[in-house]
Structures are given as structure tokens and as C-alpha cells.
Design a protein around this ligand. Sequence first.
Ligand SMILES: Cc1ncc(COP(=O)(O)O)c(C=O)c1O
Length: 470
Amino acid sequence: MGTNVNQSAPPFPPLPLSSKARRTAEQPISFLITTALHNPGLINLAAGLVDPLTLPVEECADITRQIFADPARGRAALQYDTTSGLRDLRRELLAHLARLEGVDASSLGFTAEQIVLTTGSQQALYLVGDALVDPGDIVIAGNPSYFVYTGTLASLGAEVLPVPMDQDGMDVEAVATLLARLDREGKLGRVKLIYCTSYFDNPTGLTLSLERRRRLVEIVRRYSAHHRILILEDAAYRELRYDGPALPSMKAMDPENLYTIISHTFSKPFAPGLKLGYTAMPDDLLHAVLQQKGNHDFGSANLTQHIALQALRDGSYDRHVDVLVHSYRAKRDAILAAMDRYMPKADGLTWTHPHGGLYVWLTLPERVDTSRQGPMFQSCIAHGVMYVPGDYCFQPDESGKIPRNHLRLSFGQVDPSQIVPGIERLAAVIKEQLSPASEQSSPAPEGRKNLAHGASRGKTAEATTSPGGA
Ligand SMILES: Cc1ncc(COP(=O)(O)O)c(C=O)c1O
């Protein structure tokens, strides 16, 4: 008896992973973290983390003491709550959202019942995708876009179609053109979502202009004759605003609560360790999202929700946002001043001037390769500075190419004293890359098309990877 056992075969049968698991690419966050750990002197302008020096440690210690000084409150905080989350907190957040919009809560178009509390806003983004997207469905997103979410969409099997970004954020006329084309091709039925980081975008720092907000809402209404297409407005950085007007959200332009979802988080304006997000959405979507959340965790951490509730009620949340705005504004000014001072003047070398958030997006002449495999990234590590290669943030064009001449800098986590030396080091490497000698030795990647400047129909995002929750 007995089968013929092949000597080179593994000693156990293969594991049949799900198609979703097989679609899910590794996040290069691990590579960036390992690089930072192996190079202790490195100035890390890559990490999208918030500043450890401004985390609300005393406020949270105080709040937690108060919660546990009262046994009834302590017991409530240590018990499960509902899948939607603590009702008092959702009510408080409704009032908070109304303040952000500058309107009365009664005119928001949704109530506390249409708000769900999630484990970070990432869980809400995931659940919305999960509730709406079947493999092969289409999601439209800016190019570049928040890489973690495009990675999530790829793992759900979505086809992420890119539209360009400019100084006013996502090019919404390109969205209209794309929808018209999909309609002609009979594919409109597959379009589920338009994903837009409307305030101080990750990775570009850009904000969607007021006019474009209105127009995008109009566009989705127009193309929603047979099924509703939803705008997923990711407002993670909204409250980190250093100058410029406080713009209303697209949610505020949707008084019937039919076409828009808005997700917020405590991670950026307060503390990511709470891992708490809140999202308002149409009723029918909410129902589907809650069913999915029931499968995930049937409710996010309740203690965290009690801490957030008190921080909102006793004013420590608002005071903390003021502290952060003050401190990040100074860091934003420092990084932009250092770039003005140290970056070489060269055609094709530009960067964004964000009015909020944590990121500056740098564009280099097309012949410079900023990717992890390219000479510039390696040289930066040798010079002791790290950035996020911009190619992580792009969808491929029709020929499968992605631009490799951009990079993302973050002034979030870096110590203020390291900003000038970090930019000096980066500028030295850029000078080296722009020098005629380097021009000869680094061949320009073929067939490159700058998606940041031209609408292009992308392929699925399956090949994209992302540098993690950043
Ligand atoms: C644009 C954007 N959206 C969402 C998130 C998710 O953050 P969290 O899950 O901590 O709320 C992040 C985190 O970096 C982000 O940059």
C-alpha cells in the first residue's frame, strides 16, 4: 500500500486560504518599522503617527480615576454596551458634529441613532466597504489616496478607479466624466462608493474646495437614478486645522442623509490609543453595517467610550485640540520653512502647503525614482532620514504603471528639533539625485504616466500595498 511521497513536498497538505485572504497584500509598515529600528539615528519623516509629546496623558489619568472612583460608573464602563456604542456618547458627538458644521443639531439631517461608534475609523471604513462592495464592484478614489483604505478595498475585491488630485483636492469633474463613461459602458451599476479624504488629505495634505464639495454631492445625486452611489467622506484630520476656513462637510450638504457617509476619529485630534471612531451614515446602510459589526465584535471597547464621553463633557477634548493645533501648526511652519530654505530650486520639484493635518506631499522630476527599491530611498536611509515612497499611494494606470516620483513627509511624530536636520538630509539626497551624474546612472522607468495630472482608468488595486495605519 502507500502513496508515492515526493521528497521535496512539504510534510503537510497546503492550507486553502480564502480568496479574500489571498487578495490581501502585506502592508509595508513592517518594512518601514524594521528599517527605522535597524537605523536608530534615523530621522523618521515617514511615520504617520501623532506626536507622543502631546498625548493627553494627564487628562486621561484624571478621567479614568473619576470613572473608577464611582463603583456604578466603573461597572458600567467595564460592561459590554451595544453594537452601535454608548448612546450618551453618540448624542454628545451629534452636538459636536453640529458645532463643527456651525449649525444646530436639528438641521444635520441625521440623529444620534445614525451614528455608529467603531474601533477606530478604520473599522467603519472597512465595514462600509464590506456592506457595499462585492468583488468586481467599483470604488472611485483620488490618485493618490489613503493607501490603507485602498488596500482594504483591494482585499474586498473592489476595482478602485482613480481620478486626479490638484490644489483643490479631488478633481470632481473627472469623477463626472468617469461616471458618464461607466454609464455608457453599462458599468454604472457596479459603482458603489466615492472615497474622499476631504480635509487635509493623507497623503497630500490637500483639502476639497467648498465648490467641489457641492458639486460632488450634485454629481452623485445625478448618477443615482437606479441605485444610490455614496460618497464616503473620511474626515480623520478635520479638526487639525491650522489656517484657512472651517469648511462644511459634504454630509451637511445632504439634508436627507441619503448620499453621504462621514467618518471621524478620536485618533488624530485626541489619542489613537483610544482607537475610537464615529461615523454617520444613511439608515439603510447603518442597518447593514451593524449586522457586520455584530459579526466583528458586537460593540467597540466600552471603557474607551466612557473616557471619550467625559473628555467631551468636561472640556478636556476641546482644550486638547487647541493644544494640538498650536503645536502642529508650529511643526508645519517649521517643515515648510526648512523646505524653502534647503530644497534645491529645480524644475519639477514642488510640494504642497497644507492648512492642516500631518502631511506634506513632494513631487520630484519624473526621472527621480523615490520607490523603496530605488537609489533615492536607499541613499536617504544612508543619510539618516526616511519618507514614505509615494508609489504606495497610487493606483496603477491602464498599462499597470504607477508614478514613482513622489513622496510623503509627515511632521506628526518627529521631534521638533529633528525637523531641520531631517529636511537638510533629504535635500542633500535630492540634490544628489538631481545632479547630472545621477541622471545618467538612473534610467527613467518606462511608460510612466503621472496620474496626479491626468485622469486615467486604473486597474484593480490588488497590486497595491500600504505602509499601515498612517
Ligand atoms: C485618512 C485616514 N483615515 C482613517 C484613518 C484611520 O485611523 P483610526 O482607525 O485610528 O481612526 C487614518 C489613520 O492614519 C487616516 O490617515
